[in-house]
Write a protein that binds this ligand. Structure first.
Ligand SMILES: [Fe+2]
Ligand SMILES: [Fe+2]
Length: 306
């Protein structure tokens, strides 16, 4: 896409963001209910337990802890995005570029989402700690975050993944009548604004890729799939399973390979791969092994049956 066309489309996104500012404290004043917040159909394939070993009370706890874990991950992800975009603005050659204006719109929208997420989190029971957290995991996570924030092509790749994956989960939850009404309202509002963010990230990726360093490009080709996989698997971390009396790490590992949960991963990550192919980042016929593993596709990027 020519630069002038991108500029025009970004201007349209700026107009859309200006025209409809949602302030969640005023526009979404609701509260979470007291019972199960996510229905079995959404929760079980996500969690990987469908053999009836949990009592109804445990399922309620599981749904609430799962929502707390997902919401915490959402807050962390939006904070990383804001950090990365902030650095992009700091280094931008022209502050009058509509792309900079859009980054500011997006950061503004994310801060409103994050305030809503924090309000929702405050209504839940204290989240169970993740038993996998230790100084080594923390150090690795900090190194990964540093790379994401400082490498623009990796940043935009993670933004696309971090918006596509929750989008699918939120769509399924929002469409389900048994999802808590407030969770449904939050999901609908969030998806509506994230649709613009996704459009922007997809539009920007070819420009960003053209200017990306060799290291940045290598991170996207070879390491991004691992980062995306762990982001997905940790939306519901091991502590959530421990909170209902299951062996936390064993249950979490089993959930990673549960067919329902694997299918959600493939459905959520294949659009990310396709976005990278469309942007000219990856090429059909030469899709790197790491991406093929994440999305279960052949070297052309087409789904393989397992
Ligand atoms: Fe958001
Ligand atoms: Fe977003």
């Amino acid at each position: 896409m020519a630069q002038a066309t991108v500029t025009r489309r970004v201007e349209k996104l700026n107009n859309a963001s200006s025209a409809r500012v949602v302030e969640p404290d005023q526009d979404l004043p609701g509260k979470l209910g007291d019972g199960q917040l996510l229905p079995d159909e959404i929760l079980l394939p996500t969690v990987g337990i469908d053999d009836g070993i949990l009592s109804p009370e445990q399922t309620v706890t599981l749904s609430r802890q799962a929502l707390a874990s997902i919401t915490t991950a959402g807050l962390q992800f939006e904070a990383i995005l804001i950090a990365g975009f902030g650095l992009q603005i700091a280094g931008a050659p022209d502050y009058t570029d509509p792309r900079v204006t859009y980054l500011l719109h997006e950061m503004g929208e994310e801060t409103r989402h994050s305030r809503l997420f924090a309000r929702m989190l405050a209504q839940l029971e204290p989240p169970a700690p993740n038993p996998i957290d230790n100084w080594l995991v923390d150090n690795v996570a900090n190194t990964v975050i540093h790379q994401i924030v400082h490498n623009p092509a990796l940043l935009y790749t993670m933004v696309i993944a971090g918006e596509e994956i929750p989008d699918l989960l939120q769509k399924r939850a929002a469409d389900h009548p048994d999802t808590d009404p407030f969770v449904r309202a939050v999901n609908r509002y969030h998806r509506q604004e994230e649709a613009r963010h996704l459009a922007f990230a997809r539009m920007m990726l070819p420009e960003v890729w053209e200017r990306a360093s060799v290291i940045d490009k290598s991170l996207v080709r070879f390491l991004a799939p691992t980062f995306i996989r762990e982001m997905y698997e940790n939306l519901i971390h091991a502590g959530v399973f421990g909170a209902v009396g299951l062996p936390a790490v064993t249950a979490w590992r089993a959930a990673r390979n549960h067919p329902g949960r694997v299918q959600v991963r493939l459905d959520a990550t294949r659009p990310v791969l396709n976005a990278l192919i469309d942007a000219g980042v990856l090429e059909r016929g030469k899709v790197p092994t790491a991406w093929r593993g994440l999305c279960a596709v052949d070297p052309d990027g087409h789904p393989v049956t397992r």
